[in-house]
Design a protein around this ligand. Structure first.
Ligand code: SF4
Ligand code: FES
Length: 368
């Protein structure tokens, strides 16, 4: 493979811009780092705009504005314009409690193309319980503002043992709200979700029931397109996390660190570079942290010779690190991995009574 081909092998097309980790919600499965309060919002609208221009020359075509709650960034209007003027498709991922109709319309005029709204459940009491604050009713009003403007709406619901039984109601809600897409995202055990895994992990029977509700709904006309993927704790093989480390998706944190995924900054010993101290190209092409697991040279047995490595890239490096302490290990979600017993044992957590979960931001939860 020549140098140009090698570079083509890791051309990013999606920039995930984590504008701020601040958020009014306290979800028990938040994927933000446990120390999110210590991460400053270091980039203003001008810096983000310059990053979007540099991203376009790397090949990025899609910018997802996320967080925390990205609408809390004071320069959000300029950030949306900056991304749109750099030629990107601009997508906003929000909890929907902080924007009113006029502000949303102004963002639309500046180039916002679509919105993803997170919901926690189908009904108010259960949803607000998981969010740790009253928010569900506001979210529904916000969803209507999105569709009134003609913006495509994606509804995202994180699934876990507490809400899997209500998948049919969540699908019905998405239909009522006019969502084009519904992401039924089984909790991934990073950040606060790993901290609360014993409260969140479902049983295989719950997942099967939800999967059949999804199949049934997919057969009905005029519903949203539904994305539902079984969690890797319940499959024999891991997911190709982020489409491979440092290949297609570039994540920028609120302080400008360039990562291959939202969790990589938590892997001990990896050095990731920060924009604008270095160019975006340098951060993506040459930072030691990104180079550590790009390609296949880092792989150990059994991944090194496994025919599936081209499909799943050895699974998730962050999950390998969290569960085994070795980020170069095969993802324990894989039944061939030496550490697979960790996942098998964790599944048993679903058979015991769920402990009281810890909300994002609770100081006592930092005792990992
Ligand atoms: Fe994927 Fe490695 Fe498991 Fe093979 S051994 S399926 S490459 S995680
Ligand atoms: Fe980091 Fe999977 S979340 S590699």
């Amino acid at each position: 493979m020549g140098a140009a081909d090698a570079k083509e092998g890791h051309r990013p097309y999606n920039l995930v811009a984590e504008l701020t980790y601040r958020c009014p919600l306290r979800c028990i499965y938040c994927s933000n780092p446990l120390n999110h309060r210590e991460v400053p919002d270091a980039l203003d609208g001008g810096a983000w705009t310059r990053a979007f221009r540099e991203a376009a020359s790397l090949g990025v075509v899609h910018v997802g504005l996320t967080g925390g709650e990205p609408t809390l960034h004071p320069d959000l209007p300029d950030i949306v314009s900056g991304a749109a003027e750099a030629g990107h498709y601009v997508h906003l991922v929000t909890a929907g409690t902080t924007l009113d109709g006029p502000r949303l319309a102004a963002l639309h005029e500046r180039g916002l193309r679509s919105v993803q709204l997170s919901i926690q459940d189908a009904s108010e009491a259960e949803a607000d319980e998981v969010a740790g604050t009253r928010s569900h009713t506001k979210k529904l009003a916000f969803a209507r503002q999105v569709t009134d403007l003609g913006l495509p709406l994606t509804l995202n619901a994180v699934l876990h043992r507490g809400n899997l039984a209500r998948v049919p109601e969540i699908i019905a809600l998405a239909r009522r709200l006019g969502a084009r897409h519904l992401e039924l995202a089984n909790a991934q055990y990073h950040g606060w979700a790993l901290r609360n895994r014993a409260s969140l992990l479902p049983s295989a029977a719950q997942l099967e029931e939800a999967a059949s509700a999804v199949e049934h709904a997919r057969g009905e006309a005029d519903g949203p397109e539904i994305l539902f993927v079984l969690p890797d704790y319940f499959s024999d093989r891991p997911k190709p996390c982020m489409g491979g480390w440092g290949r297609r998706i570039l994540v920028m944190t609120p302080e400008g660190r360039v990562l291959p995924c939202h969790d990589a900054g938590e892997i001990a010993g990896l050095e990731f570079w920060r924009y604008p101290e270095r160019s975006l190209e340098a951060c993506w092409e040459s930072s030691p942290g990104i180079l550590a697991f790009r390609g296949e040279d880092w792989m150990q047995a059994p991944c090194r010779t496994c025919p599936e490595r081209e499909r799943d890239f050895g699974g998730c490096r962050c999950q390998a690190f969290r569960l085994t302490g070795d980020a170069a290990a095969a993802d324990p979600a894989c039944s061939l991995a030496p550490g697979h017993a960790i996942v098998r044992d964790a599944r048993r957590e679903a058979t015991v009574e769920a402990p009281v979960p810890v909300y994002r931001g609770d100081a006592r939860s930092l005792n990992r």
